[in-house]
Design a protein around this ligand. Structure first.
Ligand SMILES: O=C(CO)[C@H](O)[C@H](O)COP(=O)(O)O
Length: 262
């Protein structure tokens, strides 16, 4: 018997399930990271099992690679695949232009490379992540460990020069130690509250020595799918301007919980 999902998990599930409708036979797919993307991986595995869908996935983190492998999804590296048809991923915030903050799960570097290598990016999310202005969610910046305190000081100086009022920056921890990303780097979280010009900030942050990448995804996302706890999904395409209001059956099959030990 399938476990009862919380309203937030139902919202994530229906968004993920609707996104997987966009997947076609033979596609090379970027597989995002996080709890919403994990639902997408489970829904994709279900289509592979039940319909014999043929796809190859490029995971954006070791966690997603492990989940995809455990569910029997064929995966490869981006270097093998080279170019992808579609990436489906979650986000921490999205604005009306579908600019994003990502990296809450520390996978922003691979996520940005994979999304940029894709013809299309679909973001799956719940409504709570919709904002008029990005920045309430701390902006993750991936820095190399060598001289990270200097990189952090340079980030703080940059924020002063941009007249950013809230500019508290903190090293992301994992217990007592710095969190280490899949690429062996650190994450500095920028608590900005509001980001006035995300496009400019995304560009200038990456000029700082030691900064590898930042979590602002500008002009990368094409479609956002917003799930709701009652099974409603809103699909918004930034390129065509289309908005569809849909419904998805939010009762997942029993074996979709296979990797969750339920
Ligand atoms: O950017 C990410 C990981 O680096 C995730 O997509 C983002 O943090 C959203 O995660 P969740 O779906 O668990 O809310």
């Amino acid at each position: 018997m399938a476990a009862e999902l919380s309203p937030i998990d139902k919202a994530k599930f229906v968004a993920a399930k609707r996104a997987v409708d966009f997947v076609e036979n033979g596609m090379k797919l970027g597989l995002g990271t996080g709890s919403t993307a994990a639902w997408m991986v489970r829904c994709l595995a279900e289509r592979i099992r039940e319909e014999g869908l043929r796809v190859t996935g490029v995971p954006t983190s070791s966690r997603t690679a492990e989940l995809a492998r455990s569910l029997g999804i064929p995966i490869t590296s981006l270097d093998e695949a080279r170019w992808l048809d579609l990436t489906i991923d979650g986000a921490d915030e999205f604005d009306t232009e579908l600019n994003l903050i990502k990296g809450g799960g520390a996978a922003l570097l691979q996520e940005k490379i994979v999304a940029t290598a894709s013809d299309q990016m679909i973001v799956i999310t719940d409504a709570a992540k919709s904002v008029t202005q990005l920045g309430a969610f701390p902006l993750p910046v991936e820095v190399i460990p060598f001289g990270w305190q200097t990189s952090k000081a340079l980030i703080e100086e940059l924020l002063v020069s941009m007249d950013v009022l809230n500019r508290d920056c903190s090293l992301r921890m994992n217990g007592d130690a710095a969190l280490i990303t899949d690429e062996g780097n650190y994450i500095v979280d920028l608590h900005l509250k509001r980001i006035g010009n995300p496009r400019q900030l995304a560009m200038v942050l990456n000029q700082i020595p030691g900064v590898v990448e930042n979590g602002l995804f500008i002009d990368i996302c094409d479609i956002v799918i917003i799930g709701h706890g009652d099974g409603r999904v809103v699909v918004r395409d930034i390129n065509t301007g289309d908005v569809q209001d849909d419904r998805v059956d939010f009762v997942p099959s029993d074996n979709i919980f296979a990797d969750m030990g339920e």
